[in-house]
Write a protein that binds this ligand. Sequence first.
Ligand SMILES: [Ca+2]
Length: 307
Amino acid sequence: MTGKLSLCAVICAVQLAGAASALAEVVTLPPMQDTTLYQENPESRSNGAGVYTFSGRTLNGDLRRALVAFDVAAAIPAGAVINSASLTLHLSRTSRAGPESVALHRLLRAWGEGASDATAQEGTGAPATPQDATWAFSLVATQTRWTTPGGDYAATASAAVTVGVIGTYTWPSTPELVADVQSWVDEPAGNFGWIVLSDESGGPSAKRFDSRENTSAAFRPALTLDYTLAPIEPIVVSIAEAAGMLALNWNPGRPGLLYTVQTRASLTAGDWTPAAGGAWPIAETSWMDPMAATAAVRFYRVLASQP
Ligand SMILES: [Ca+2]
């Protein structure tokens, strides 16, 4: 029997099932959290559960800054390459402020979204709850302070657009937005989202946007991502005899793949069929062929698929 097994050959042909793998995918994500920081009440006001967020300077001269974050890693497979990223917000109130540039900056510290829920137009926020962020605290519960009051964020804006009349605005993809999202795919622990800054240099510039809690689903923030799945790394298959069976082992490709072992009787001809005795596809990277001992000559390949 050993002689028969030694005649077996393994083909390291690994391919992704389905041509769609080579195409870019597009997904639109809802925020996982959003809130507003209120400058004039740095330790005590927030609006984690409100239906609006704010950015810019109010008529009273106080600043507002909105925070918004998306669970990118839950939606994008590890190893994926981000091709474009654009953020859409709905402006629902502008007060007396005219068109203003509104910029997105990558946040550098984790922050909270609590149960504070401002009433009416929500312009002054509500009493902060333990899980909220405020102008002074990234998280009220632990009294964790921002290094810089008003939020810790990258000095360079990732994107900016001019926001004027009430309506829906999209921050088009920029290399910086793509880099932000790519970093969150590659290192989810560093994903704190963006801070939304209106012009803070002069007079009133405050803008009110709809939050993820807004009753109109179409007005909630949305992050649209175009991405390409990472190519599969070459998978080397090894083969060994063990207890009269053939043990196949292969290195995994990118995370999350499933595998199917296929066989046929000829190296060059015939249809590949799933190996008998397996419950395909499997997430494991090894398999013992119980049929190997009864086969004269058999050729194997491992087919990888993206679930
Ligand atoms: Ca919120």
